[in-house]
Design a protein around this ligand. Structure first.
Ligand SMILES: CC(C)(COP(=O)(O)OP(=O)(O)OC[C@H]1O[C@@H](n2cnc3c(N)ncnc32)[C@H](O)[C@@H]1OP(=O)(O)O)[C@@H](O)C(=O)NCCC(=O)NCCS
Length: 414
């Protein structure tokens, strides 16, 4: 048995934010029915294709464990089928542009009439306010949610992250909202609306930067590289690779950095493990020197401290540095490339990186569930072909007979 066995999701999501959410719910056992426009489907099927005429990795890696039905929600018969699907499902998830579902004829009021137990979950770029009608993609959310203004280096432009905190991050928020609403429905019998704005999701993930905004009023942010010699303006600045917590940290070069862009390691010079760190890098002299042997003394010269650490790390590979510092309880981690992550045996063994077979593209590597439930193991199943399950869903879920299905096909409703 899977945790969400018996939960049926009407998945009207597309691109990335919504599909990451419903994919997670599918991994936990929900029956996810992905609704796509006939002949077109989710736009990502055709985006960034690596193999001609085959669903892109963009699509396949975001739509595992789902069934696909094609349905034109703007035709009368299509609307009638969609209405029946809403009645047969527990959750409706969508991330259309603002107002699109209303324009199809399905307002929240109408949805409640169709199925008062339905949980209606949506992602939008913004919540109520001046920008609520805007269409939003990943990097726009990172810029408007505080991620970009606080990422990068002081002398460089605002920078977006490689982590898709706007899309996948908001999908995660939405998934939590959905299971929470399902839990509440157990007691009330009622569905409810779940709304996640990408701006809000990014800001939630940038929580510590709003913390720093308020700390600024009381003096400089001593853990930022701007301290003590740079200047602070009115807003939380970009902190480069400085640690966001109370312990100083930085990325330092390792052996081979001249040719390998990822020959780096992150080292945190935590006070509790400083003795071991100082000895390991050959600076045991610091331990008796009042200029270096307290966190307060080191604070104004963190740049010099990390230069000294780097002089040592440059003589070893990032993995050798790990081997020395880990036993000393010095928090550190190598900068791993996507190639290294894809090949990492422990990630394969845990199911975090999995290989999936696809009938048209053959085997490919993807990220499995990062959430492990001991009683609900995840089996990653390939993404559906466009409309692969249309007939199956119409007959098994809705009980349509062959003549109804043929009529819906004949007028392009499915
Ligand atoms: C992502 C986004 C910018 C894409 O915009 P888009 O490509 O123009 O797609 P839309 O969501 O506007 O949908 C386009 C149209 O297709 C229609 N459509 C989609 N599925 C349909 C179906 N099965 N049958 C009939 N029409 C359908 C929509 O109703 C809409 O028509 P309308 O403009 O007449 O209302 C937009 O959906 C958005 O802002 N979503 C919310 C934020 C979000 O999730 N962004 C991150 C994406 S990773």
């Amino acid at each position: 048995m899977k945790a969400l066995d018996g939960v049926r999701i009407l998945d009207m999501t597309h691109v990335q934010s919504g599909p990451t959410c419903t994919q997670l719910l599918g991994w936990f056992g929900a029956d996810v029915i992905k609704v796509e426009r006939p002949g077109v489907g989710d736009a990502t099927r055709g985006q960034l294709r690596d193999i001609p005429d085959v669903d892109s990795l963009y699509f396949t890696m975001l739509n595992h464990n789902k069934r696909s039905i094609t349905l034109n929600a703007k035709r009368d018969r299509g609307k009638a089928i969609l209405t029946r699907l809403m009645a047969a499902c527990d959750v409706l998830a969508e991330n259309f542009a603002p107002g699109a579902l209303d324009r199809m004829g399905f307002s929240w009021e109408r949805i409640q009439e169709i199925n008062p137990r339905l949980i209606y979950a949506s992602v939008k770029g913004f919540g109520p306010g001046p920008y609520e009608q805007c269409k939003v993609y990943e990097n726009i959310a990172q810029c408007t949610g505080g991620g970009a203004s606080t990422t990068g280096f002081d002398d460089g432009p605002p920078t977006v992250s490689g982590a898709q905190i706007g899309d996948s991050g908001t999908g995660l928020h939405l998934a939590l909202g959905i299971v929470t609403a399902l839990y509440q429905r157990e007691r009330t019998g009622r569905g409810q609306r779940v709304e996640c704005a990408m701006q809000d999701g990014v800001l939630n993930l940038c929580r510590v930067k709003l913390r720093d905004q308020q700390r600024l009023a009381h003096g400089p942010l001593t853990e930022y590289p701007q301290y003590p010699n740079g200047t602070f303006g009115e807003a939380t600045p970009r902190s480069g690779n400085a640690s966001g917590g109370g312990q100083p940290g930085s990325v330092v070069k390792c052996k081979g950095w001249e040719d390998d862009p990822n020959a780096y390691i992150y080292v945190i010079a935590q006070a509790a493990a400083f003795d071991g760190l100082a000895r390991a890098i050959g600076r045991a002299d610091w331990l008796d020197d009042p200029e270096w042997n307290t966190p307060e003394a080191r604070l104004p010269k963190l740049d010099r401290m990390f230069e000294a650490i780097e002089q040592w790390t440059r003589t070893r590979t990032k993995f050798e540095v790990m081997d020395v510092l880990n036993p000393l309880n010095v928090p550190c981690g190598p900068v791993l490339s996507m190639k290294e992550l894809a090949d990492e045996p422990s990630l394969r063994a845990s199911g975090t990186v999995v290989e999936v077979d696809h009938p048209e593209r053959g085997p490919y590597v993807t990220v499995g569930s990062p959430i492990k439930l001991s009683d609900s193991p995840v089996e990653v199943e390939r993404s559906p072909l466009l409309g692969e399950h249309t007939d199956e869903i119409l007959t098994e879920v809705l009980g349509l007979d062959a003549a109804d299905v043929a009529a819906a096909r004949a007028d392009g409703s499915v």
